[in-house]
Design a binder for this molecule. Structure first.
Ligand SMILES: *Cc1c(COP(=O)(O)O)cnc(C)c1O
Length: 431
């Protein structure tokens, strides 16, 4: 498969180069030259297929010849080696739980797939590559875990001191081996700015080969299609599902729409946002404008200018009317989010995290008007990652699962870093 830049000022590349580069030289996002369509018998046979076979069939057309079949099969097996249950909350809304991976959030899938592709591409290279990533929470943990122990790859994570949750911090700082966590005395935006400066810094690029594990990377983006097929394998509705995706940077929803274009049956999509609602506003008005970011309790969705919006427009052939007839946007306040967690817990004995609660509230509102529909929410994180919001909603903190308990027995190791680029540069050059 070939990929072009959506800014259309860069050369066309293959899957390997798109994955290594992350972003095109003209700063555009990569997009596949054509959208493959699955044979209808693949969809018909989902129920009789294994999750590994499904994952392989979904990814194979997007990877093409860049990875041999047996290697790609191994990569997808390692990508999906945990469960993806679709659980009914009540008779019209189910929850696709994507948090049973190592860092308890859906980003494990994309990070695992990308890390294994990169390590395949770099297998026989003599020089090491260094992955630089800034995180506000979930990305760092998923990337650290995805690359842990992978030969030839060093990972340097920058995170804002005091601004990630305890579980998130332990996931970043207790890996050891090839993973280093820099604890920055600043905000997420400061971390992000330093990473961007390093990528543009000649002294650093002369000395080391840098690579980004950013969420716009095609390997992360496209592998998120896999679990929408795994959900349909478990779907028992008479008609296709309405899918509600809690969205921030819109990579996840964009992957779901791509899956639909390749043949996955879907009735309708819901773009569920907190007050950072540039896309729902676009769906209302037909005009897109980014907004300054507002902090909310579903903080992984606090994105004012979602990168993947341009990709969704491209899938929709830049056509507002086909976009707005396939996707509905909803804006959910923190107050409604808390109330939703409380009500669903009391009425259905199901505990949502704040992101899943945004998706639930949006789907619930949609079903008030479209009364004959059934659908599912994408539950993107384990509630245990957000103890404060859960405590506000139900009066007690969620029980910590065994796998997370283990984290609390490990020692945090981070390198404190001043909020200035010179310190970061010195650190990188002294490695
Ligand atoms: C990253 C994240 C999101 C937002 O996903 P996008 O692909 O950026 O829209 C939602 N929920 C959780 C828990 C996340 O970590």
């Amino acid at each position: 498969m070939k990929y072009f830049s959506l800014n259309r000022q860069s050369p066309i590349v293959d899957f390997k180069e798109a994955t290594i580069l992350g972003q095109a030289p003209d700063k555009g996002l990569y997009f596949p030259e054509h959208i493959p369509v699955h044979a209808t018998n693949f969809i018909d046979q989902l129920k009789n297929s294994s999750k590994e076979e499904i994952a392989f069939r979904v990814m194979e057309p997007f990877v093409g010849d860049e990875i041999p079949d047996d290697e790609l099969y191994r990569i997808v097996c390692e990508t999906v080696n945990f469960s993806f249950p679709l659980k009914w909350i009540h008779s019209t809304i189910a929850s696709l739980e994507l948090y049973h991976g190592p860092t308890f959030a859906f980003k494990d899938v994309g990070a695992r797939f990308m890390s294994r592709c990169l390590s395949y591409f770099y297998k026989n290279q003599s020089n090491k590559i260094t992955i630089l990533v800034a995180t506000s929470g979930d990305t760092g943990g998923a990337v650290a875990n995805g690359f842990l122990g992978v030969e030839g790859i060093e990972v340097v994570i920058l995170y804002p001191s005091g601004k990630v949750s305890p579980v998130q911090e332990l996931q970043l700082t207790t890996c050891g081996e090839n993973i280093t966590a820099l604890e920055v005395d600043g905000s997420f935006d400061d971390c992000q700015a330093m990473v961007k400066m390093a990528f543009a810094d000649k002294d650093i690029n002369d000395r080391m080969q840098l690579c980004s594990a950013n969420s716009i990377n095609v390997a992360r983006w496209l592998s998120q299609q896999i679990y929408y097929f795994l959900a349909y394998q478990q779907w028992e509705g008479q008609t296709a599902p309405v899918i509600s995706v809690p969205s921030g940077n819109f990579g996840n929803l964009c992957a779901a729409i791509m899956a639909y274009k390749t043949g996955l049956p879907v009735k309708h999509f819901i773009a569920a946002c907190n007050v950072n609602d540039a896309v729902p506003a676009y769906l209302q008005t037909g005009m897109f404008s980014s907004k300054p970011t507002t902090a909310t309790i579903s903080n992984a969705m606090d994105v004012g200018n979602p990168s993947n919006f341009v990709r969704i427009l491209e899938i929709m052939n830049q056509d507002y009317s086909s976009f707005s007839s396939l996707v509905s946007g909803y804006t959910i306040s923190d107050e409604t989010t808390i109330q939703t967690i409380r009500e669903v817990y009391q009425q259905n004995n199901y505990l949502l995290d704040p992101h899943g609660a945004v998706a639930y509230a949006a789907l619930h509102q949609y079903q008030q008007i479209h009364t004959d529909t059934k659908g599912y929410i994408v539950e993107t994180a384990d509630p245990v990652k957000f103890p404060d919001a859960i405590k506000t909603a139900i009066g007690s903190e969620p029980l910590i699962p065994l796998a997370a308990m283990e984290l609390f027995t490990k020692e945090k190791r981070s390198i404190p870093l001043k909020n200035e680029y010179a310190s970061f540069k010195d650190y990188l050059l002294s490695r």
